[in-house]
Write a protein that binds this ligand. Structure first.
Ligand SMILES: NC(=O)c1ccc[n+]([C@@H]2O[C@H](COP(=O)([O-])OP(=O)(O)OC[C@H]3O[C@@H](n4cnc5c(N)ncnc54)[C@H](O)[C@@H]3O)[C@@H](O)[C@H]2O)c1
Length: 391
């Protein structure tokens, strides 16, 4: 099989998290990139070769680009997805798909009209342990799913940000930034069709005036239900309950408590914080060669409660706590992290198989994410109307 020739738009943090996948998974080759930052383009050419463009328009028209990965800030996703589809290219676009439901629907409709795959991710519902847990639901000894409990406590709000990333209206805060992952994991396990959302959010820190916390109660059309809690407040870290394996499969240092808040305290102004963020992006400094993963990516503790077992996905697989026995099923590690994203891209583009993380699946996720904000603002349960099940 010839490698998929992928062009990337946006060489920032999200790209850095996919970089190891592109360097270690031989099924894909980065042939071009677009970014307005010259340092990012130079780093790309040194690492991947190919061509570097300064605009998204030039990248989508590049004849050596077979499919486009869009990893720019949320507000650019719609226009860039529409441009790539218009150029006849399948698309992988980062989460969240868009800032509002109308834009997400327009993106899905454009993909359908063009007859091209539009996949949204990486989100953590691509991670092998969640896919394994999903495949166990309904099997003998596990049975029907009734409830899901999902928790994640991180330092998300205290990572270096530009001002718009702390403004909910522009897609900032933990609901836009992190709920897409947690909602996707929960929808994957629950079969996809959410009936209603009731949620509360909090903005505990006036210096970071966006959501730092949420809790949501979801009901599914088949009667199952889920509770989701997320804190980005940088206090407790739920990776303590994941064997100190981090979200990206990395080993975490339990002694690093408070590091994110301490680092931020050095910056007196939003401009200084944004400038610091720039020193950590792609092209700012040489990066080490990636190593094959020793753990899977994950998104915090999740418990799927079924007739005869609780399923707990973890960085190595799934712990099955059954009626009488407890066992662990390994999810085999792959040579590249997030190889599941490439699996889905190739299956859709080369074999014509409908992707799990399709545009319609992601519109449904956005409906739940936006439902969290709406429920919290309006103090009521929100009924869902755009939900789809698993393919
Ligand atoms: N899946 C994940 O784990 C994950 C992680 C981080 C971010 N994300 C998502 O990825 C997206 C990007 O976030 P980020 O943190 O990487 O942002 P970032 O600011 O770190 O990087 C964005 C990059 O896009 C470039 N850019 C800006 N405008 C552009 C344009 N018009 N054309 C081409 N390039 C342009 C910037 O120069 C920068 O290099 C967001 O939607 C975010 O939610 C996903």
């Amino acid at each position: 099989m010839t490698p998929l020739r992928l062009g990337v738009i946006g060489l920032g943090r999200a790209f850095m998290l996919m970089r190891a996948t592109f360097l270690l998974d031989g099924r894909v080759r980065l042939t071009a990139a677009a970014d307005p930052r010259p340092a990012a383009r130079e780093a790309f050419l040194a690492e991947f070769g190919g061509r570097a463009h300064d605009t998204a328009e030039a990248l989508v028209d590049d004849p050596d680009v077979e499919a486009v990965y869009i990893a720019t800030p949320h507000q650019f996703h719609e226009a860039q997805v529409l441009a790539a589809l218009a150029a006849g290219k399948p698309v992988l676009v980062e989460k969240p798909m868009a800032l509002d439901l109308a834009a997400a629907r327009r993106m899905a409709e454009a993909a359908e009209r063009a007859g091209l795959p539009l996949i949204v991710g990486h989100s953590h519902s691509f991670d092998a342990p969640y896919l394994l847990a999903r495949s166990l639901i309904g099997t003998p000894g596990v049975g029907r799913l009734h409830a899901i409990t999902a928790l994640n406590f991180t330092d998300y709000l205290y990572r270096p940000r530009r001002p718009e990333e702390l403004d909910t209206a522009q897609g900032g805060g933990v609901v836009f930034g992190q709920a897409p992952h947690q909602v996707e994991v929960v929808r994957l396990l629950g079969g996809g069709r959410v009936r209603s959302v009731r949620a509360m959010t909090a903005r505990p820190d006036p210096k970071r005036p966006t959501e730092g916390l949420y809790a949501a109660f979801l009901t599914f059309e088949d009667g199952a239900f889920a509770t989701l809690t997320y804190s980005g407040m940088g206090h407790f870290d739920t990776d303590a309950w994941m064997g100190w394996g981090g979200e990206l499969g990395q080993a975490k240092d339990p002694e690093a408590h408070g590091a994110a808040r301490a680092a931020l305290a050095r910056f007196a102004t939003p401009e200084a914080e944004a400038a610091f963020k720039e020193t950590r992006t792609y092209g700012a400094a040489p990066l080490p060669a990636p190593e094959p993963p020793s753990r899977h990516n994950h998104f915090g503790p999740v418990i799927a409660s079924c007739d005869h077992a609780d399923l707990l996905p973890d960085p190595l697989g799934v712990a099955v706590h059954g009626d009488l026995e407890r066992r662990h099923i390994a999810a085999p590690l792959r040579p590249a992290p997030r190889a599941e994203v490439i699996d889905e891209l190739l299956a859709a583009i080369r074999d014509g198989r409908p992707p799990l993380h399709s545009a319609r699946w992601s519109v449904a996720t956005m409906e739940v994410v936006l439902g969290i904000l709406a429920s919290a603002a309006e103090g009521r349960e929100i009924r869902m109307a755009d939900q789809v099940g698993l393919p």
